[in-house]
Structures are given as structure tokens and as C-alpha cells.
Design a protein around this ligand. Structure first.
Ligand code: T3D
Length: 263
């Protein structure tokens, strides 16, 4: 399952995925994003995987698009970025949001451009106190992509999102926490372990219902209240027929811890 640029490790119901091009801050090439997408799709279909952890090798989480790959040269015509974004980035964002199980990002260092967007597409972000988030697109004359203009205004509000996206300034982990962009900040040497602990905990929970919860959260960004209420009722019906619900109620009534299976 692992490739040169995407390392994986499975255990305790968690698939850990590490972006692995540390010498260029895990910036993303077409090959790397294809490998990431294939890994996410497999994780999505694998019942043994009940939570996913995403992190970066070395000192960075991810510096976004590999600018060497994107730059035109004498024998290399300018790329069609629209086609590239549709092919390389959008499917990864969809895979993260459609993953029917939680995804925890361990942001171990800088997350810039599409690298920050990847973190925003995860369900939880735990960041190192030394991590920074940079909407680097403006610095090089591009627009935010990979879902940044969807996630960021919803996370921090339009005013802050506009400033971040138009100024391209570094946002520290502590600022990100204060803005509501991320879940927790931890010491640098704890970030992967803390994220793994959270993912391992999620992997023991009622994964099926967590997947349905994620669908509701995804939909709430666009739905009106009546549509959302209807969807909640519908998915509550689905959750109510799950084995995990039966187990959760039995465990509650018997005053014992539940043993969820994710079904
Ligand atoms: O193609 C399309 O479809 C368009 C879509 C684009 C989506 C995007 O993501 S656009 C945004 C692309 N990303 C950036 O613009 C960020 C570029 N990187 C930086 O601004 C800085 O590297 C950081 C602020 C992230 C970190 O700064 P610092 O000082 O900690 O590290 P550094 O020295 O700049 O980088 C270390 C090395 O990584 C360096 O290589 P070297 O000099 O040691 O050989 C640097 O060139 C390399 N590197 C960092 N980011 C990238 C990169 N190489 C290629 N692409 C990168 N994005």
C-alpha cells in the first residue's frame, strides 16, 4: 500500500498516512497526489480501517503544489491549471470529505497553499505549537484552491478568511486555535502521538454513525434548515438500524463499556 511519497502504517483500526518528500516540505506532485488518492480510496473501502491519520515527514506538513513541477520552462509549456486542479486536487478533497470515517490531521509544521487546504478537509486538526498555516497562493499570483475558499470562510468567518487569503500571512498554531481553525495545539514532539491517540479512540467508537455525522456536517454547509432536519431524520433512521446502536444501548443499560464494531 505504501509508495515512495506516501508512507502508510496500519494498527489498532487506524491507517496512518505520511506525506513523504521532506526535502521539499512534502510539496505535492501529480504522482504523489495520485498515490494519496489511491490510499484514501482504499482506506475508505477497508472495514478494518476505522480512522485515518494524515501527517508529513520531516519539518513540514505540506507546502502545497510542487512549484518546480508547475513552473513552465523552455521545453515545458505552461500547464492548464484548471485541468490540473480538477485532476490532482479536487478528487483528494472529495475523498477526504466522503471518507465514511474520521480523518485526523497531525500538522507537524508549515501547511501552505494546497497543503493547508488538505488539513482543512480533515475532520480534526491537531497542530504542533511550531506549525504555521499560510494561504501562499496570493504570494505567487494564484487563487486559493483545494477547497480553501470553501473551508476557510466557514471555519474563521469571511473577514479573517479574506485577510488570510489576500495577504498570505503566516498564521501561527495558537492563532489558528483562537480563530477556531483547528482542534488542538500540542508540543512539537507530541503532535503525531496525540493525533494517533485521538484516531485510535475514534476507531473504537460507533464508526458507522460517525460516518453519517460527517455526511450531515458536509451537507449543512449548503442546506436550508428544513432540508437539514429531513436529512437528520433520515440518517437517524439509518443509525437506529445499526449494530452499533444496539450495542450502545445494551451497554448503557447494562452499565458496561460498549464494544462497537463500526457496523
Ligand atoms: O499546479 C496547479 O494546479 C496550481 C495549484 C496550486 C496549488 C498550490 O498549492 S499553490 C501554492 C504553492 N505553495 C507555495 O507557494 C509555498 C512555497 N513555499 C514557501 O513559501 C516556503 O517554502 C514555506 C513558507 C512553505 C516554508 O519556508 P521555509 O523558509 O521554512 O522553507 P524553504 O527554505 O522555503 O523551503 C525548503 C525547501 O523546500 C527549499 O528547497 P531547497 O532550497 O532546500 O532546495 C524550497 O525550495 C522547497 N520548497 C518549499 N515549498 C516548495 C518547495 N519546492 C517546491 N514546491 C514548493 N511548494
Amino acid at each position: 500500500m505504501a509508495t515512495e511519497f506516501i508512507l502508510t502504517e496500519a494498527g489498532a483500526g487506524v491507517l496512518s498516512i505520511t506525506l513523504n518528500r521532506p526535502e521539499v516540505l512534502n510539496s505535492i506532485t501529480t504522482t504523489m497526489s495520485g498515490d494519496l488518492l489511491a490510499t484514501l480510496n482504499r482506506a475508505s473501502d477497508d472495514d478494518q480501517v476505522r480512522a485515518v491519520l494524515l501527517t508529513g515527514a520531516g519539518r513540514a506538513f505540506c507546502a502545497g503544489q510542487d512549484l518546480a513541477e508547475a513552473t513552465p520552462g523552455p521545453d515545458k509549456p505552461r500547464q492548464d491549471f484548471a485541468a490540473h486542479v480538477r485532476k490532482v486536487y479536487n478528487p483528494v478533497v472529495r475523498a477526504l470529505r466522503r471518507m465514511p470515517k474520521p480523518v485526523v490531521a497531525a500538522v507537524n509544521g508549515v501547511a501552505a497553499g494546497a497543503g493547508a487546504s488538505l488539513a482543512f478537509a480533515c475532520d480534526f486538526i491537531i497542530a504542533s505549537s511550531q506549525a504555521t498555516f499560510i494561504q501562499a497562493f496570493a504570494r505567487i499570483g494564484l487563487v486559493p484552491d483545494t477547497g480553501a475558499t470553501f473551508f476557510l470562510p466557514r471555519l474563521v468567518g469571511t473577514a479573517r478568511a479574506t485577510a488570510m487569503m489576500m495577504l498570505g500571512e503566516k498564521v501561527t498554531a495558537e492563532q489558528a486555535l483562537a480563530y477556531g481553525m483547528i482542534y488542538r495545539v500540542v508540543e512539537p514532539d507530541r503532535v503525531v502521538e496525540e493525533a494517533r491517540t485521538l484516531a485510535a479512540h475514534l476507531a473504537t467508537q460507533a464508526t458507522f454513525a460517525l460516518g453519517l455525522t460527517k455526511r450531515l456536517i458536509n451537507a449543512s454547509a449548503a442546506n436550508e434548515i428544513d432540508t437539514q432536519l429531513e436529512m437528520e431524520a433520515d440518517l437517524q433512521g439509518t443509525a437506529g438500524r445499526s449494530e452499533d446502536f444496539q450495542e450502545g444501548v445494551d451497554a448503557f443499560l447494562s452499565k458496561r463499556p460498549p464494544g462497537f464494531t463500526g457496523r
